[in-house]
Design a protein around this ligand. Structure first.
Ligand code: SAM
Length: 235
């Protein structure tokens, strides 16, 4: 795709060939990016569609639809125990770049931190920015944090893995040689999963897997897991 600036719009902003820009988008395009009347940029709806558009007053004129084929052939959901501090911002950004479709933050036995509703908005904004930057066709969904038990019981994919730092488990790379469709991968908090959580996940159908012999930080493990899945299914 070209080097033009990109923005995410809500699907409702597009009416026929006009994009009705919000005041924030007008400010961003005109004041921050310094685009002038008639200048071109790209707009995405976060649901798979991109358009080439040109600035026209408080609106934008759609010039043509764009074909964007940057999505992975599998749909990855990352279940992740919320790490401490602002580590989750980095996880959302990196995992969006790597192709995740859905991020499901969970409150685990060892992370009892309950984030504010503003945090969810912030993560959704970070995901949209990272999707624009990495030329994704979709913006990943960030779900509201739920308990670990709720999260694992609501998944149905046949390919479900829980990353465990200790124990003699198959390496994720060997476990995902024949994946297709939806893949669910879970990574734990700084203190690791408790035995109870691991047992519960296995009983629900998750396969415990290793990411190698070194103990990765809670913010590194999802990046490694997603990179391995992307490498296994993308040619
Ligand atoms: N404190 C835990 C311990 O000493 O066993 C380590 C937790 S690790 C910092 C955080 C999470 O990253 C783990 O719960 C696991 O999901 C994932 N992780 C880190 N290294 C891993 C590895 N080598 N294999 C599989 N998962 C790993």
């Amino acid at each position: 795709m070209s080097q033009l600036q990109r923005i995410t719009i809500a699907p409702s902003q597009l009416q026929q060939t006009q994009i009705f820009l919000t005041p924030q988008q007008q400010h961003y395009l005109k004041r921050v990016l310094r685009l002038r009347e008639g200048d071109r940029f790209m707009a995405m709806d976060g649901l798979g569609k991109w358009w080439l558009a040109s600035l026209s007053g408080e609106q934008a004129q759609v010039l043509e639809p764009l074909l964007v084929e940057t999505e992975l052939p599998v749909v990855i959901t990352l279940i992740i125990a919320l790490p401490k501090g602002s580590g989750f911002d980095d996880i959302v950004r990196s995992c969006t770049e790597l192709g995740v479709a859905c991020i499901a933050p969970v409150l685990s036995d060892r992370t009892l931190l309950n984030p504010s509703p503003q945090k969810l908005e912030r993560w959704q904004r970070i995901a949209a920015e990272a999707a624009e930057q990495s030329e994704r066709a979709i913006v990943p969904t960030i779900l509201e944090p739920v308990s670990f038990t709720t999260a694992i019981k609501t998944t149905t994919s046949t390919h479900r893995y829980i990353c465990e730092a200790r124990g003699e488990y198959s390496h994720l790379q060997n476990a995902i040689t024949q994946i297709s469709g939806e893949v669910v991968i879970a990574t734990g908090p700084e203190g690791g999963w408790t035995d109870r959580e691991l047992t519960e996940a296995i009983a629900t159908g998750f396969q415990p897997v290793s990411l190698g012999r070194r103990i990765l930080r809670a913010v590194t493990a999802p990046i490694v897991a997603l990179s391995l899945i992307a490498a296994a299914c993308e040619v």
